[in-house]
Design a protein around this ligand. Structure first.
Ligand code: GGG
Length: 377
């Protein structure tokens, strides 16, 4: 990362949020601690209960007034999930927390790996672990997620609702360039752009134009574009053909849920919300945020069965971001070994560590402990 990490001490803002975010956080912290102990660095966790609906119901807001200065004291933000729609409308909780972090810390890249992991059954059978291995790069601060618009003639037959999509040249160019750089660094050197320029006739042709313009700087990268509808179909039918996929805020969000679902479960998918240019030494330091792709999942919250891998893998991405490459590699290997060995373990009469979303009978606690113990051994 752009921080001064020579001291190898990292302060992390821990924000579990709501629902299963609260359940997957403890195993992830234990795995991070195990990695720190094994690889000789120090993690300082600063725990915050805000950015949750419980906080909102108590204080009438999602964040305290000094949230920004508190988070700026940290090297990164480790975030669980937000949302409790039975008590707080989703747009209130999301815009009051996660979207503020992304926008006000200018975390303009949301990068989400999508990989077929060992031991995880995919609805797309017959493919070997690792044969699906791509990244979605989502624009994270503008696009369809805009607060510009309004309602008029409310409650009448002329009721009208408008919400504008915002694409700025700076905003589009920087995320597209990031995606090209990522594609260039990978063996396949291939970039897929998600568009819908046949139907959305102003913003999406603009997106396509900027991709085509920036592509000129990357002659070594193969570029293709698909309308979002057929791209979703290709994700399902041939996910192994993708390498780096770049999309607007909304399209990137949809694709980064669909991709992991095609590899078995969204429960394992991590994400990094990055401000790649901010430096720890800057006066206006803006930390990046790491979270699982999944949300708060009210349907399974409180049952102890949420898959902790998305949260643990998000921690792995955070270690990578800190420059702790060996620890990050060991943590990913621990996840792969535990998932890959899980079915054989059950056949030999051992404990089922896989959570129900992966077809098992295991719990959040058991799976988290298994990964922690492999990492510590
Ligand atoms: N851990 C991710 C999370 O809480 N997601 C909630 C959600 O609905 N996010 C929408 C988004 O990422 O745009």
């Amino acid at each position: 990362m752009s921080a001064d990490n020579s001291r190898r001490t990292y302060t992390i803002a821990v924000i579990p949020g709501d629902g299963i975010g609260i359940e997957v956080m403890p195993p992830a912290l234990r795995c991070l601690e195990a990695a720190a102990t094994r690889f000789g660095f120090t993690l300082i966790f600063r725990h915050f209960e805000w950015a949750s609906c419980t906080y909102y119901l108590k204080y009438g807001k999602m964040l305290p007034d000094d949230w920004k200065s508190l988070l700026k004291t940290c090297d990164a933000i480790f975030f669980g999930a937000v949302g409790d729609p039975a008590r707080v409308p989703d747009h209130v909780s999301l815009w009051g927390s996660l979207l503020r972090f992304r926008r006000e810390f200018d975390q303009f890249v949301n990068i989400r790996p999508c990989r077929l992991m060992p031991g995880v059954s995919s609805p797309l059978t017959g493919r070997a672990p690792g044969s699906i291995d791509f990244f979605t790069v989502r624009e994270n601060t503008e696009g369809e997620y805009s607060s510009i618009g309004g309602k008029i003639f409310e409650g009448t037959g002329r009721e009208t609702v408008i919400q504008n999509t915002v694409f700025t040249r700076t905003g589009v160019d920087r995320v597209v360039r990031y995606a090209f750089e990522l594609a260039r660094s990978r063996p396949a050197k291939k970039l897929t752009s998600a568009t819908k320029s046949n139907g959305i006739s102003i913003t999406m042709p603009y997106w396509d134009e900027r991709v085509a313009e920036i592509a000129k700087e990357y002659p070594d990268v193969e570029v293709e574009k698909y309308h979002i509808d057929i791209l979703c179909a290709h994700f399902v039918q041939r996910p192994h053909t993708f390498d780096v996929v770049v999309g607007s805020n909304l399209f990137g969000d949809i694709l980064s849920d669909l991709g992991p679902a095609c590899t078995g479960t969204i429960g394992i998918a991590p994400s990094a919300n990055l401000n790649p240019t901010s430096k720890r030494t800057d006066e206006d330091w803006m930390p990046s945020l790491f979270e699982p792709v999944h949300g708060s999942a009210p349907d399974i919250a409180g049952k102890g069965i949420a898959n902790p891998v998305g949260m643990i893998w998000a921690g792995q991405m955070m270690l990578e971001h800190f420059g702790e490459k060996d620890a990050a590699k060991a943590l990913l290997t621990a996840i792969e070994n535990v998932l890959g060995g899980a079915k054989a373990k059950v056949q030999q009469g051992g404990e089922d560590v896989l959570t129900p979303d992966m077809g098992g009978k295991g719990s959040t606690e058991v799976l988290g402990r298994a990964i922690e113990s492999v990492l510590s051994s």
